[in-house]
Ligand binder design. Sequence first.
Ligand SMILES: [Zn+2]
Length: 181
Amino acid sequence: MHSEIMSSGSKVLYASQTPFDAQRIGAAAVYCSDGRFGEQMDEFLHKGLRLPRYDRVAVPGGAACLAGHTCAYHQKHALDRQLDFLIREHGLSRIVLIAHEGCAFYRDLWLGLRTMEEQQACDLEKAATQILASNPKVEIEMYFARKVSGLVTFERFGTGEACSCGVRQSPPVSMSVSRTL
Ligand SMILES: [Zn+2]
């Protein structure tokens, strides 16, 4: 079949080895765009969680932008809308949020006394709360991807409770003003 697709006269440059399957799995994963973790994320979702054909939502910092950091104000609204769309149109019932070690999203964030990992756990809790507020029927799972001995391990993640780290939930005045210009 492959040779038929690639037969002379065709404009096809490449044909996948993976056949197309029209069935949706009803799940999405939100993780960071960082391509160094891409293959491992896929492997974990496919083999570890048994979610073939899951919907990929890869954005810088993953779900961290839903936590209310003022620097990600616009990303938050974009991701909110994207998730609402996928939940509605693709019939999602399960959403997997994955943070990763050394995420560049946190490089310029003020962490106070928290470690980056503590902040990431807190942010995923907030992101989950945010998603559930408008989509109370979806199930949300949280994981952390860690570099260990040249591989990437995945573990359950989150603080297990509502976080009170004080991330500002509303936009600063300057952001509000700029939006009205
Ligand atoms: Zn990242």
